[in-house]
Design a protein around this ligand. Structure first.
Ligand code: ZN
Ligand code: ZN
Length: 334
C-alpha cells in the first residue's frame, strides 16, 4: 500500500510540531509519511499544572486522501470529565472535521477540546473512596494520574494502606525482616493503582466532605425490619439444610468424624457442628427425592410445621422411606 505524499499534510504536521513541540506524537508509515497524531490536552491555566483538573488525549488518524477525506478522531484517557461532556466533545470534533473537509483541521480540533476542558476545569466525577461528588467548599486533591479524591478521603486511604502494609510486614518471619531492609510503604491510587505521592500533613488537615458530614443517620425503618425477619427465616432454613458454612464447625470437623462416625442425632441438632459430617449426604438424597416429585413433598413438610422438620432430622435413616411415603401420598391424593 503506497500513500501519495500530500504536501498539505506534511506542512500541517510540521506546523503543529513547531507549536506543540514534544507534546505532539506523530505516527508515520514506513516511508515517513504521517498517518496519525496524538496529543494530551489540558485546560488553559497559564501552564499552572496545579490548576489543571481535567485532561484528555486526542488522537487524529489521517486516512489516505486526508484532508479531502475526514480524519478519524478518538478521545482517550479522559480525566475529571463526565460521560456527557466526553460525548459532547466527541460530537463537536466530528462536526468540525466535516466542516473542515479539504482543509487542515488538527489544530482546530485541539483548540476545540482545549476550550471545553477550560470551561469544565473542575472534576465532575465522584470521589472513588466515599462515592460522593465534589461540592463547593470540599477540599479535594488531584493525584499525579489525574484522579480526584476528597483530601480527607485520600488521607484515610493513605493511613489504611500504611497500616495494612505494616501488618503484612509484621507477619514476615523475623529472619526475613532482618534480611530485607524495610522499604517504605508505596501508596497506590485507589482507581488506577499508579504509585502516588501525598502530602499527608495537608491531606489530614482537610475537613471531611460536606456530603459525608450531612449524610442522614442510619435508621432502622419498618421496611428494613421486615426484610431482616425474612432474611432470618431464610438464614435458619439454609442453616438447617447445611447451606451455611460455620467456620467453628469446619475447624472441629475432623474431630467429629473420628469420634462419632455413626451416631444419629435424636432431635434437632444443637448446632451445625453436629450436622456437618453427616448432613450433606443425607441432604443430597432427600433433595434429589424431593426434586423428583417436585414441590408437593415440600408442602407436606410445611404442613407438618416445625415438627415436620424435626421428624426429618431425627430419623435420617428412615427419612428417605418417610419422604417417599409422603410423596406417594401426595401423588395418590391427586
Ligand atoms: Zn470522598
Ligand atoms: Zn489514578
Amino acid at each position: 500500500m503506497s500513500c501519495e505524499v500530500d504536501e498539505r499534510v506534511v506542512d500541517e504536521v510540521e506546523a503543529l510540531k513547531a507549536i506543540l513541540m514534544d507534546e505532539l506524537v506523530v505516527r508515520t508509515n514506513e516511508s515517513g509519511y504521517p498517518v496519525a497524531v496524538e496529543t494530551v490536552i489540558f485546560p488553559s491555566t497559564a501552564d499552572d499544572a496545579m490548576q489543571q483538573y481535567v485532561r484528555l488525549t486526542l488522537e487524529v488518524e489521517l486516512p489516505t486522501g486526508y484532508p479531502d477525506v475526514v480524519p478519524t478522531v478518538s478521545l482517550r484517557n479522559p480525566r475529571g470529565l463526565d460521560d456527557s461532556m466526553i460525548a459532547r466533545i466527541d460530537r463537536e470534533t466530528k462536526e468540525k472535521c466535516e466542516s473542515y473537509r479539504g482543509q487542515a483541521v488538527i489544530y482546530e480540533l485541539i483548540e476545540l477540546v482545549k476550550e471545553h476542558l477550560t470551561a469544565s476545569n473542575l472534576p465532575c466525577c465522584q470521589c472513588a473512596i466515599c462515592l460522593y461528588g465534589f461540592r463547593e467548599g470540599d477540599h479535594f486533591t488531584k493525584t499525579q494520574c489525574y484522579h480526584y479524591f476528597h483530601s480527607h478521603c485520600l488521607a484515610c486511604h493513605v493511613t489504611s494502606s500504611e497500616k495494612s502494609y505494616q501488618e503484612e510486614l509484621d507477619k514476615l518471619p523475623a529472619w526475613l525482616r532482618v534480611q530485607q531492609p524495610q522499604s517504605p510503604c508505596q501508596v497506590l491510587c485507589p482507581v488506577c493503582r499508579e504509585p502516588i505521592k501525598c502530602d499527608m500533613e495537608l491531606l489530614s488537615s482537610a475537613a471531611p466532605p460536606l456530603d459525608v458530614e450531612n449524610a442522614r443517620q442510619f435508621e432502622l425503618s419498618d421496611e428494613l425490619r421486615s426484610l431482616q425477619k425474612q432474611m432470618a427465616t431464610l438464614f435458619s432454613y439454609q442453616k438447617r439444610r447445611g447451606g451455611i458454612i460455620d467456620p467453628e464447625a469446619e475447624d472441629s470437623k475432623l474431630l467429629l468424624v473420628t469420634d462419632t462416625p455413626e451416631q444419629e442425632p435424636e432431635d434437632d441438632p444443637p448446632g451445625p457442628s453436629l450436622l456437618l459430617p453427616q448432613h450433606p449426604l443425607h441432604q443430597h438424597n432427600s433433595t434429589s427425592g424431593s426434586m423428583a416429585s417436585s414441590f408437593p413433598s415440600r408442602g407436606d413438610w410445611r404442613r407438618g410445621g416445625r415438627g415436620g422438620f424435626r421428624g426429618r432430622g431425627s430419623s435420617s435413616s428412615h427419612r428417605n422411606k418417610h419422604g417417599r411415603r409422603h410423596h406417594q401420598a401426595a401423588a395418590t391424593s391427586r
